[in-house]
Design a protein around this ligand. Structure first.
Ligand code: GLA
Length: 359
């Protein structure tokens, strides 16, 4: 099943950024692999970019060593260190070229850059950090922050510790190597460290499933703590949502934006996409009206975003065209092709884009 591309009508705004110029900036996650082919669409429609993976720890410091096989729920088995030095000093192992490519493209073309992300349990030398002492890990992260601050000073915000909340019922903070080594107060500590290195940038607390009531309560609790320390400016709502969104889910999104706005912090929608496959059933054929469903979810969500324009500063899509999206390969199974973004695989506008820019 494909998607029908659409022609942007002659009356009204011609581009996404034009439609939202009085509301918030609009952004897209990009990869160094395909930024060149996406450039015309990026420049026409978007104000900001986010590196999909290039500024993450493993993107900037691609250590090669025998990693343990990661089995969810089990502690990684640690390979012995052949040489500890590079893990003590991340400046010894760097690959800035892919992030530089995106950063330079943005700066040369007047686009803003969201920094993503300083610390994440999904991107660090697994098996190595586990062998550092707390002090060694602190020094390592401090050096990592310093390197990014020096190299990418124009980023207007940084996601500090990505996805720190535990999803399990009753749980609060995710059990990560950072928490284990640095202690229960590790989040205020790392945000304060970020504040020292990025005094002019907005510091963002970014997470997923942020509209689910139980998760939202935990996020609000964390934001409250970080606010007491004065080390957070912005809430990052990833907004990975589904085309099969229910009325209750939409209502939860509204209630969440309302509560987040009431914290007085700014809001960034950081990774929006609309998965057209059913969760847990990615091989099921897509229903005939999937394009309409997806467009309608985009429409409802952007209406909400417009309502909360006072709090929302930036809305970023997690990709540009359906050709490249993590949702095409997630789980790496025999899934159906997915259509989660605003432009089709040939960078042509989709119905979802038209609905979002015509209001
Ligand atoms: C998380 C991360 C992103 C990206 C997406 C999916 O949401 O924050 O950087 O990796 O998963 O790819």
């Amino acid at each position: 099943m494909g998607q029908t591309n659409r022609t942007i009508p002659a009356n009204g705004p011609k581009t996404l950024k034009e439609a939202y110029q009085d509301f918030f900036t609009v952004g897209a996650a990009v990869s160094a692999h395909w930024i060149d082919e996406a450039a015309p669409t990026l420049l026409a429609h978007f104000d900001t970019v986010t590196c999909e993976n290039e500024m993450k720890y493993n993107g900037i410091h691609p250590h090669s060593f025998d990693r343990p096989v990661f089995t969810p729920g089990k502690k990684p088995e640690l390979p012995p260190f052949a040489n500890k030095e590079p893990f003590l000093h991340p400046s010894l192992v760097t690959n800035f070229a892919p992030a530089d490519k995106i950063y330079r493209f943005a700066i040369e073309n007047g686009l803003g850059v969201r920094g993503h992300t300083l610390v994440w349990h999904g991107s660090y030398p697994m098996g190595a950090f586990e062998q550092l002492t707390p002090e060694e890990l602190r020094e390592n992260l401090e050096e990592h922050f310093r390197l990014l601050a020096e190299r990418y000073p124009a980023c207007f915000s940084w996601d500090v510790v990505n996805e720190a909340i535990d999803d399990r019922p009753g749980g609060y903070l995710r059990d990560t190597v950072f928490r284990q080594k640095l202690g229960e107060n590790y989040l205020p500590e790392l945000y304060a460290m970020a504040r020292r290195h990025f005094p002019k940038q907005e510091l963002v607390c970014n997470d997923y499933n942020e509209f689910l009531p139980e998760k939202r309560e935990k996020i609000l609790r964390l934001l409250h703590t970080l606010k007491e320390y004065g080390v957070v400016d912005t809430i990052g709502c990833q907004c990975h949502i589904n085309a099969h969104q229910s009325a209750k889910e939409l209502e939860d999104a509204r209630r969440s934006l309302d509560l987040y706005a009431k914290t007085g912090l700014k809001i960034h929608i950081t990774e929006m996409d609309v998965n057209c496959l059913e969760w847990g059933n990615p091989t099921a054929p897509l229903p005939a009206d999937i394009e309409e469903k997806c467009a309608s979810v985009y429409d409802s969500m952007f209406r909400l975003f417009r309502e909360y324009r006072e709090a929302i500063e930036n809305v970023t899509l997690w990709g540009v065209s359906d050709k490249y999206s993590w949702l095409q390969s997630f789980h790496n199974d025999a899934r159906q092709p997915n259509f989660p973004l605003l432009f089709d695989k040939n960078y042509q506008p989709k119905e979802a884009l038209l609905r979002v820019i015509q209001f």
